[in-house]
Design a binder for this molecule. Structure first.
Ligand code: ZN
Length: 216
């Protein structure tokens, strides 16, 4: 089973994909997390990616596609979060799946209006060690600045700073919004209104996925 989670920055794709992966046993493929781990290990890809990410720009398609191709055939099934982010990536994903004879089973679009997105991104912080996301308005760590799970330091990511957030929204409109059109013209895209608490959104997502493809 391969599920693609689409949606603008701040829609909660990462949080929800993590929970879905836990509840279904599927592998969560987050290009953002993968890239941040490359940056942290100081790999060649990490060094290349860091400059793009810090300013809110997209890392080049070829690097992202190569990274995803290594994991796409995972027999546990994959939840794609943050990929495909451009039309070129969407086409590359189709090609890669065609080659191994596996389809995209479901596309879920997480819809949130722009004011809400900007508010969310501006209050978002993340654990530097284990990447657990928090929100200073609705989902703070129990001890200020310290991760509930691993006691790591909780920080504002460079790409969540105001100038980068503004640029990410612009990049999303130009490059990623067309990916939604691309899929809508080819297959059924399930839309989930991703507002409300993370629990409420998780319930809606499970209903949406369950209504379109059998899970259990
Ligand atoms: Zn942590």
């Amino acid at each position: 089973m391969r599920i693609v989670l689409l949606g603008p920055p701040g829609a909660g794709k990462g949080t929800q994909a993590r929970r879905l992966a836990e509840s279904t046993g599927m592998t969560h493929l987050s290009t953002g997390d993968m890239l941040r781990s490359e940056v942290a290990s100081g790999t060649e890809l990490g060094l290349l990616a860091k400059g793009f990410m810090d300013s809110g720009d997209l890392v080049p398609d070829s690097s992202i596609i190569a990274m995803i191709q290594q994991h796409i055939a995972d027999p546990s099934g994959v939840l794609l979060d943050g990929f495909p982010r451009t039309l070129i990536q969407a086409e590359a994903l189709n090609e890669a799946l065609d080659q191994i004879g596996l389809p995209v089973d479901q596309i879920v679009y997480m819809a949130v209006n722009i004011d809400e997105l900007i508010r969310r991104l501006s209050s978002r912080v993340v654990c530097k060690e284990c990447q657990t996301p928090y929100n200073l308005e609705v989902d703070r760590p129990i001890k200020s600045g310290i991760c509930d799970h691993c006691a790591g330091e909780v920080i504002v990511r460079d790409d969540d700073r105001p100038a980068a957030v503004k640029n990410r929204m612009k990049v999303y409109e130009e490059l990623t919004a067309p990916v939604l059109d691309y899929y809508q013209s080819r297959m059924n895209v399930v839309e989930v209104i991703a507002t409300g608490t993370p629990d409420a959104v998780f319930t809606k997502l499970n209903e949406a996925i369950g209504s379109d493809a059998p899970f259990n």
